[in-house]
Design a protein around this ligand. Structure first.
Ligand code: AMP
Ligand code: MG
Length: 396
């Protein structure tokens, strides 16, 4: 049985990097940059006014004030301004190019205007209210680094440096194969002993959230032949295959045998974590395989902990592993040492309230949780008030 950190590291290190593709800027959200994105031109591209007011040259402010300067010309956003006439003021608006010869802008609130003369009580400092060419990014500077998972703000910056297309990692295709005679589609007629497949939809949602494409394979029953056939079909066109259920040691747990029969090689199949001890990891040719436990809490937490970082690493994401935070425990948390524990909790400010039902069967406590509290394998627990490490589910 592998410790948690070793299993995660081995999975991430074996992640094959997806090829890259060009996408329209608007489709770049959530994708991972496969290029260093440089500013092709300076940002901003020209000196401009940050205020509505008057562009002036400090050389016009000699002797004692107030100073009255005749107003000549106007600079508007989107147009080229004529040079400033010496000892004059030029009317200027926010975003408008600074006229040649001007070296300060006085905002209109500080100017008294009568007819064609502007009167200034205070002389402006050099460069007042001027945004300089290249002050945000110099020409050729790095705007966004390779491996960045693009946020809306980064889409904005890419547009500001004049990009209409981006080179990003191809989205991995992930086949999800759920096993179990008892499973049926949510909303379909119930038969005795049947249950809705809740892992398929949850895993598909996590796959999509990690920037990959989920493909739900037809579910399979619990015979070796059916499982093998389903595996062959699912393996045909994916970068990662998820199997769900059937990886423990019960006599109906056929997935490991079926994987071996279709030629998959497993690197390991047990990790020292709670919940979710069985986790098979292997490959079939170029395709990676994660064999998840069937129990919904175990399957979903295990995929969140290993599968999402794996999918991010496959896209070249610089930060595939979610950041950890800390909170203060409201109640004591106990565990039998031996496995790294991940416990569902709600957060209130810096207080963590562990769910009273940590049973691996409780889907509701996972759905209502804000975070997974982490107890190291050797820990026997923490007392109320102690600081506990955690992963916020929103950061997954
Ligand atoms: P298994 O690992 O196949 O022995 O399944 C363990 C438990 O998880 C059993 O109670 C299964 O009914 C349940 N289970 C397995 N797969 C799913 C699924 N896709 N959705 C909901 N429950 C499942
Ligand atoms: Mg099963």
């Amino acid at each position: 049985m592998l410790p948690f950190a070793d299993a995660l590291q081995r999975i991430i290190e074996s992640a094959p990097l997806m090829a890259s593709e060009r996408v329209d800027l608007a489709l770049g959200i959530g994708r991972v940059l496969a290029e260093d994105l440089m500013a092709g031109a300076a940002l901003p591209g020209f000196d401009y006014s940050a205020m509505d007011g008057y562009a002036v040259a400090l050389s016009a402010f000699t002797g004692a004030g107030p100073w009255s300067l005749p107003v000549r010309g106007e600079s508007r956003a989107g147009a080229l301004a004529a040079p400033l006439v010496p000892n004059h003021a030029c009317r200027i608006f926010t975003g408008a190019p600074l006229p040649e010869g001007a070296n300060a802008v006085v905002m209109q609130e500080d100017v008294t205007r009568t007819d064609d003369v502007a009167t200034f009580v205070v002389a402006p400092p050099l460069g007042a209210h001027i945004r300089r060419r290249g002050e945000d990014l110099a020409q050729g500077a790095l705007a966004l680094g390779k491996g960045t998972r693009l946020t809306p703000f980064q889409i904005g910056l890419a547009a500001a440096v004049d990009r209409s297309e981006l080179l990003v990692a191809r989205r991995p295709r992930v086949a999800i194969l759920c096993t179990g005679e008892e499973l049926r589609s949510p909303g379909s007629p119930a038969t005795p002993g049947s249950i809705p497949d809740s892992n398929g939809p949850s895993l598909a949602a996590m796959v999509a959230a990690a920037g990959a494409i989920p493909v739900l394979a037809p579910r399979t029953g619990d015979t070796l032949a059916a499982t093998e056939a389903a595996l062959r079909g699912a393996l045909r066109s994916c970068d990662l295959l998820l199997t769900v259920g059937g990886v423990s040691v019960g006599e109906h747990d056929l997935v490991r045998a079926a994987l071996a029969n279709v030629g998959a090689e497993l690197e390991f199949w047990k990790v020292k974590i709670r919940p979710g001890k069985p986790l098979a990891f292997g490959r079939h040719g170029e395709t990676l395989i994660l064999g998840l436990p069937g129990n919904p809490v175990s399957a979903q937490i295990t995929f969140a902990l290993f599968g999402m970082p794996l999918l991010r690493a496959m896209q070249g994401d610089r930060n595939p592993i979610p950041a950890r935070g800390r909170a203060r425990l409201q109640n004591a948390l106990r565990q039998n040492p031996g496995r790294t524990g991940f416990y569902r909790a709600q957060l209130q400010g810096d207080l963590a309230i562990a769910a009273s039902n940590q049973a691996s069967g409780s889907a509701a406590s996972l759905a209502h949780a804000d975070a997974l509290l982490i107890l190291p394998a050797e820990s026997t627990g923490l007392a109320a008030g102690e600081s506990v490490e955690l992963i916020r589910l929103a950061d997954l």
